[in-house]
Design a protein around this ligand. Structure first.
Ligand SMILES: [Zn+2]
Length: 220
């Protein structure tokens, strides 16, 4: 498959950022940890006990789980046929979520501060090489909603975006996946079909060249 993304400089930039930012975050974390260990060592504060080293190893692994710096290695471009599309949502308990949820779009539910809803789409694809791929896509809500004075991080908006895609992809549709992007492009569009933004999952009319939600280029 030839590299379609290279025709769109802003998407190339987006993909590069998606690869380099997690690597930088991981590297900075490991560096701080190393400096801390060296400082402790010179202050004779390293306890020579295997449990202590085990804890250090666990701490050192945390950024690999959170930032997933090497996930790009497993994310390849492919073309395939849709076999199944599914909507998922999960209630997460966490202490680091926005305090207020937004009203206005979709069906907004009121969750307690330490709970938040996560929603995503799972799409099963059989690739051209006959490999079955299961692929999760989470929407990204940006710009426009903020411009309109509606704050970000709205579960309702995300739910609306993800649910609308359930009707978008049909079994047997040909799609293309580009590494580093959350949503698959649907090929062979009918005249009234919408074009998906591969960054945020918003559906745009075919005459649109940039996404009405996030402003990124629409792959044509
Ligand atoms: Zn978009």
């Amino acid at each position: 498959m030839k590299d379609i993304i290279s025709k769109y400089p802003d998407l190339v930039k987006y993909r590069k950022k998606g690869i380099t930012v997690p690597i930088i975050f991981t590297a900075v974390f490991e560096l701080i940890l190393a400096v801390l260990i060296v400082a402790l060592y010179f202050n004779n504060m390293i306890i020579s006990h295997y449990v202590f080293y085990l804890i250090l190893v666990v701490i050192a692994l945390i950024p690999f789980i959170i930032f997933k710096p090497f996930s790009f290695l497993f994310d390849k471009d492919y073309k395939g046929k849709v076999e199944k599309v599914k909507y998922n949502e999960k209630l997460n308990k966490s202490s680091q979520i926005p305090v207020s949820y937004v009203t206005g779009i979709g069906d907004i539910q009121d969750y307690r501060d330490n709970e938040h809803m996560d929603c995503w789409q799972t799409i099963s694809i059989e690739t051209e090489d006959g490999i079955k791929v299961e692929y999760d896509a989470k929407p990204k809500i940006e710009k426009t909603h903020q411009d309109e004075g509606i704050p970000m991080a709205s579960f309702g908006v995300k739910k609306y975006v993800v649910s609308s895609l359930l009707d978008y992809y049909e079994i047997g549709d040909e799609v293309e996946h580009y590494s580093g992007f959350a949503f698959n492009k649907k090929l062979n569009l009918k005249p009234n079909d919408k074009n998906i933004c591969i960054v945020c999952g918003t559906l745009n009319s075919q005459k649109e060249n940039t996404c009405k939600n996030c402003g990124h280029s629409i792959v044509k």
